[in-house]
Ligand binder design. Sequence first.
Ligand SMILES: [Zn+2]
Length: 132
Amino acid sequence: MADTQETARRLAIVCAREQEIGGRLRAGPLGSDDLLRELIQAARAGEDVADRVDTLHSVLEAIGVVRGLYAFDEHGSAGDRGVHAVGVDRGLPAEPVHLCPNARCARFWWPQGPAPVPRCTVSGDALRRERR
Ligand SMILES: [Zn+2]
């Protein structure tokens, strides 16, 4: 049974890492990223994607991606954690965090210099700025 929060977290990884995940699928024995395309289309259509996210995770593991989807988790990288931790530790005013415009995915992003605001893979819209 899939838990909704976990699905949102996994969907956030798909949202942020669509290119890499698709590339990995195409490079694998499947030779195609249909699984990913269908997942994104279903999410865009507002369908329940818990099962599709589970399948994608299992397939990634099956083709040799250790930790499956979680291997692509951008928030696991030292760089992102650094940006967050520094702001908190020094008590600086929090940078406006950007959230996925599509409430279904748990993606979040902090401004990174001149980098453009990323777009949500599911909705196609730019992440929305949130002031707290
Ligand atoms: Zn998203």
